[in-house]
Design a protein around this ligand. Structure first.
Ligand code: BES
Ligand code: MN
Ligand code: ZN
Length: 478
């Protein structure tokens, strides 16, 4: 999707954002009968009205304030998705947004909804040409958005598209090595450094967690390190992002039940997609932050040499883990990555992982379960970004008692914590490998959509990207 500020082009299809019925009169060439029609629609609680001008379309969008600004913003994004549907139905190629309401960012929010809804993954469709959306460009009138805002939106949308595509790619394309190659390509395009560790290097670094999970695989694991250092960073110590890169999760020897439970397991690298595409956005936006991102990657499958329940694995940190379920593989990878993060002496580490069905069961697809040891100010900043972007966070506690649930009889810890508190015991496992301010985001419930909802098409969602970028854009500036 392309975004442009209107210069001299004549764009006929136009949406007017209004906040008062009376502003209808500002729409060019509006007739009395159109005005009467609009007023009837608005009285009937509709808020997005199409006027067919025979040759082009005029859309009138009435912003109705909701209980909070965050809810109003979200309703505008959702209307953007509605407009995206209508525009493609009428085979429009472009659309001009003219915000004549008093809601300053309404045009951007509407455009965001349009763009996020307009995403398609057509690589494997032989009829791709025929079904490609016609809508390609959104214009803004000069009063509707600034160049900086449009630029930021454009980069954010690009990053979300890239992350969604990585999630949508199946294992038979996106192996761990291919994931690393895709990240390297993003680094080249956006301007951040990418270093890829191969299996030999993982062995040298004693990354026992990643190697254990990889034992059942026929393809080698990777560990990808991204680094973005701007000319003038406002943080002295880096922020480190970590993303779970399980390119497919069968459960391993503790095989998932075949009925449906593996359908979406190509998406078990959503955390990796999120942090690597976030790096793309960070570099493109030239944020004044020193940021590192780490992606441990492998598939998890049964195999002759696969790790089995009962195995004791020595992690990169030297800690020993009794494996009781090979399906609790994400924490094995992340333990090594979180240990690696210590060498940067980080100011903050944030990991994103499709870690537990428990997080998904607890709050469903309406938010992210998070927990961590970062200070209250950092947590508050994340929470606010979450509400602003409508990618909301729920914080779970890391009480000591949950730590007791992962005590092993024969090793330092075990990789499962029993029937209750599954999202938190997974978090406690990760905490074991941290010694810095840290936040864990369990995106299992939100990373993949099985039905289109608002501006979220089926497939990878990149849920959390706008929250994370919003957080980083505001980082250290309060
Ligand atoms: N990748 C899964 C978690 C998941 C489940 C993500 C559903 C998306 C949708 C993870 O590796 C896993 O299998 N977790 C287990 C842990 C358990 C064995 C302790 C789970 O949640 O059941
Ligand atoms: Mn698993
Ligand atoms: Zn998994």
């Amino acid at each position: 999707m392309e975004f442009k500020i209107l210069q001299k082009q004549a764009i006929k299809n136009q949406v007017f954002i209004i906040d008062l019925e009376a502003k209808i009169s500002q729409v060019p060439e509006i007739t009395e009968s159109e005005t009467a029609y609009l007023n009837t629609c608005f009285a009937d609680d509709q808020n997005l009205i199409t006027l067919n001008r025979y040759g082009y379309f005029i859309f009138i969008y009435l912003v109705r304030p909701k209980k909070t600004d965050a809810l109003t913003s979200e309703s505008i994004r959702k209307s953007g998705a509605d407009l995206q549907g209508i525009s493609n139905k009428y085979k429009l190629a472009d659309l001009l947004i003219n915000n004549i309401s008093t809601t300053a960012n309404a045009a951007l929010l509407l455009a965001e909804g349009i763009a996020l809804a307009n995403y398609q993954f057509l690589k494997y469709r032989t009829n791709a040409k025929k079904i490609t959306h016609t809508l390609t460009t959104v214009y803004f009138t000069k009063n509707s958005a600034t160049l900086k805002e449009v630029n930021q939106l454009s980069i954010t949308v690009d990053a979300i598209y890239k992350a969604r595509t990585l999630v949508n790619e199946p294992l038979n394309f996106l192996s761990a090595e291919q994931l690393s190659a895709e990240i390297a390509a993003m680094g080249k395009e956006a301007g951040f450094k990418v270093t890829i560790f191969n299996k030999a290097r993982l062995i040298k670094e004693k990354m026992g967690g990643i190697l254990a999970v990889n034992r059942g695989s026929i393809q080698p694991p990777t560990f990808t390190i991204m680094e973005y250092i701007p000319k003038k960073a406002i943080n002295k110590k880096p922020v480190v992002l970590v993303g779970k890169g399980v390119v497919y999760d069968t459960g391993g020897v503790s095989l998932k039940p075949t009925l449906n439970s593996m359908d979406r397991m190509k998406s078990d690298m959503s955390g990796a997609a999120l942090v690597s595409a976030a790096m793309y956005a960070i570099a493109k936006m030239q944020l004044p932050l020193h940021i590192v991102a780490l992606v441990p990657a492998t598939d998890n499958r049964p195999g002759e040499n696969a790790y089995v329940p009962g195995d004791v694995v020595t992690m990169a940190s030297g800690a020993t883990v009794e494996v009781l379920n090979t399906d609790a593989e994400g924490r094995m990878l992340l333990g090594d990555a979180l240990h690696w993060a210590k060498r940067y002496n980080p100011e903050l580490v944030a990991d994103f992982a499709t870690l537990t069905g428990a997080a998904s069961a607890a709050i469903g697809e309406h938010g992210i379960v998070c927990m961590g040891t970062a200070d209250d100010q950092t947590k508050q900043a994340f929470r606010e970004s979450g509400f602003r972007q409508y990618e909301r966070l729920v914080e779970y506690p890391l009480w000591d008692e949950y730590g007791d649930q992962i005590k092993s009889d024969i090793a330092d810890i075990k990789n499962t914590g029993g029937a209750s508190g599954g999202a938190i015991t997974a978090g406690k496992f990760l905490e074991h490998f941290t010694d810095y301010p840290w936040m864990h985001f369990d995106i299992a419930g939100v990373s993949f959509a099985t039905a289109r909802k608002g501006y979220t098409p089926i497939g990878g969602t990149a849920y959390g990207m706008r929250m994370l970028l919003d957080f980083l854009i505001h980082y250290g500036r309060s």
